[in-house]
Write a protein that binds this ligand. Structure first.
Ligand code: PGA
Length: 243
């Protein structure tokens, strides 16, 4: 594991974007998995700026959604794909045919999950996975208790995730109770992973992720088994005495 300590959120965003750009320059046909949430927003802004400066093109990349809510319409304001689209996809040149979004309204959840697993296989696997760290240690919507061997599936969100997601949608009652997520085994097969951790409120879970015994009750502890993991963390998140 490689750890990059950024002075602040701005530096974290710039450094993570730089790593993504370097990766794509090396492999223009990269299969990417990007998260939503607050943490990657600065990185997306940096990537969009770099695209406008013509420093990077995504035209040969593939992009797979990490997770989404489930049992909500595709047009729903909480649909995470729509968030990713607004912040990144619609602002760069990645072709629509190269994008894999979850059908969050599917009446056949098992088939929908199998479809996404098949797409990943057909693409030749994930090249670059970018992850945020859930306040409860979830990765994507792999909530505490998720098996390290889990693949893409529909899951009931934990109380902690509903609470933390309320910040995006105003109140807890607005947070859809179900999610669809790439599984932990699916994620662990990525060739490279970039974990972004920012802010004092992540300091404790960040420390636990790499110091506490590995357990399914802290899904992020599986990261220690990942090959080619780079952690970009800001000073506020690295130690409770900072920030
Ligand atoms: P955040 O969410 O980036 O908004 O902190 C991370 C997560 O819940 O995975």
């Amino acid at each position: 594991m490689k750890q990059i300590i950024a002075d602040d959120y701005e530096a974290l965003s710039a450094q993570s974007a730089k790593l993504v750009i370097e990766y794509i320059q090396q492999k223009p046909t990269s299969v990417l998995v990007f998260p939503t949430g607050n943490t990657p927003l600065g990185m997306f802004a940096e990537l969009v700026s770099a695209f406008h400066r013509k420093e990077i093109s995504f035209k040969n990349c593939y992009l797979i959604e990490l997770d989404d809510y489930f049992n909500i319409p595709l047009s729903d304001y909480r649909n995470l794909y729509n968030w990713l689209d607004a912040e990144f996809i619609s602002q760069v040149d990645i072709p629509a045919k190269n994008i894999v979004r979850f059908n969050t309204a599917s009446a056949e959840p098992e088939q929908e999950c199998a479809r996404v697993e098949d797409v990943i296989k057909n693409f030749g696997g994930i090249d670059l996975l970018v992850l945020g760290l859930g306040p409860n240690g979830h990765l994507g919507f792999n909530e505490p208790g998720s098996d390290f061997e889990s693949i893409t599936r529909v899951i009931t969100l934990s109380t902690a995730s509903i609470k933390s997601s309320a910040q995006y949608w105003g109140k807890e009652e607005e947070v859809p109770p179900q999610g669809i997520t790439l599984g932990l085994k699916t994620l662990s097969s990525a060739r490279h992973t970039l974990l972004l951790v920012s802010g004092r409120e992540k300091a404790q879970i960040f420390e636990a992720t790499f110091q506490k015994p590995s357990t399914t009750y802290l899904p992020a502890t599986i990261l220690r088994q990942f090959k080619n993991l780079t952690v970009v963390v800001d000073k506020a998140a690295i130690n409770l005495s900072f920030g």
